[in-house]
Design a protein around this ligand. Structure first.
Ligand code: MTE
Length: 315
């Protein structure tokens, strides 16, 4: 990117202690029983985090090949810290607990709530989604969260509410690039938006975790949006405000460069970025590129939302 000038089938609850049990098991000395492939598998998995969320597992009906926790948490876009992908060591300034989120605008029931209290209001579920960045790389992530539609229903939007606008927290102490003002990489706060029907679509997720664990700072702790059929920049991180509005919000990347980035940002292999093709993508960790799918493979679920829209024009 350039800046400035230029489906749940299974109902089983995740055994929260699974990872802990495995560690206990290893501590008990079971690892000494060598040449047992089950134990080798367990050791290989040990790089995954200790689950601290209760959620319904996704049965992964599409049999997607998940990226590792390490990959998902080590290659990130979060300009509030840096334009580098390697931001893990910079993100300690972000303090996601406590974290207040405000819901306001054209709603009957505006409210402000701490994210920990908000999470208690919903049953969390895992969603294994493809995630495609506009830059041409992609990954498969087991997010944990709840449908944005549920939060919208709580706020009771008025009929005049046509769009939802999201904002990342503005706090120069927590996000170092924000204090650089006009010399920052992009304008802050980071803003995104969705049409009401996009926001209400069951695929649209408010994510609070991945791999069963609360989000790492670099992935947008404590709460972020995930819209699997759109380029990753729509999936705004560390949200502090959700506002219901009657006009299409001007999202950060459109504001930075409207020739290259639009409001919709639907994944589309036939509409190239002005400076590169979008026909293929490189999955993190894989050598060969794969073909990019229209709506990132979610056409069945969301294609109807755009039947009257010229996808070449409304990028
Ligand atoms: N949200 C904020 N606030 N700031 C950002 O720089 N980058 C976006 C999106 N959300 C970004 C953001 C982009 S370009 C991508 S591809 C995804 O976050 C990356 O998410 P990930 O780091 O969890 O893979």
């Amino acid at each position: 990117m350039t800046f400035k000038d230029q489906s749940i089938k299974q109902n089983d609850i995740t055994p929260e202690g699974l990872f802990n049990d495995r560690r206990k098991f290893l501590k008990l000395g079971a690892a000494a029983v060598v040449a047992n492939s089950a134990i080798v598998d367990l050791l290989a998995e040990d790089k995954y985090p200790t689950s601290n969320l209760m959620y319904k597992k996704d049965s992964n009906p599409l049999d997607l090949d998940l990226n590792t926790f390490e990959q998902i948490t080590s290659y990130n876009n979060f300009y509030e810290f840096s334009t580098s992908k390697d931001i893990k060591k910079l993100v300690h300034t972000l303090k996601p607990n406590p974290w207040s989120i405000t819901i306001d605008g054209l709603v009957d029931k505006p409210f402000q709530v701490d994210v920990r209290d908000l999470i208690k209001k919903f049953d969390l579920e895992e969603r294994i989604y493809r995630f495609r960045c506009v830059e041409g790389w992609s990954m498969v992530v087991p997010w944990v969260g709840f449908e944005l539609a549920k939060l919208i229903q709580m706020a009771k939007p008025m009929s005049s509410a046509k769009y939802v606008r999201f904002e990342t927290l503005y706090d120069e102490k927590q996000f170092p690039d924000q204090s650089r003002g006009v010399f920052g990489a992009i304008d802050y706060p980071y803003v995104e938006g969705l049409r009401m029907d996009e926001a209400m679509n069951p695929l649209t997720l408010m994510s609070v975790g991945l791999y069963g664990k609360t989000l790492e700072n670099q992935n947008g702790a404590p709460i972020r949006l995930v819209i699997p059929w759109k380029y990753g920049f729509k999936s705004i991180k560390s949200i502090s405000k959700i506002t219901f509005v009657d006009e299409e919000p001007l999202n950060t990347w459109q504001r930075a460069n409207k020739r290259e980035y639009g409001f919709y940002a639907n994944v589309n292999p036939e509409v190239d970025h002005p400076r590169w093709s979008q026909a293929k993508e490189r999955v993190l960790g894989k050598f060969f590129k794969q073909k990019t799918k229209l709506f990132n493979g979610y056409e069945k679920e969301v294609g109807h939302l755009y039947k009257n829209l010229d996808l070449k024009k409304f990028i």
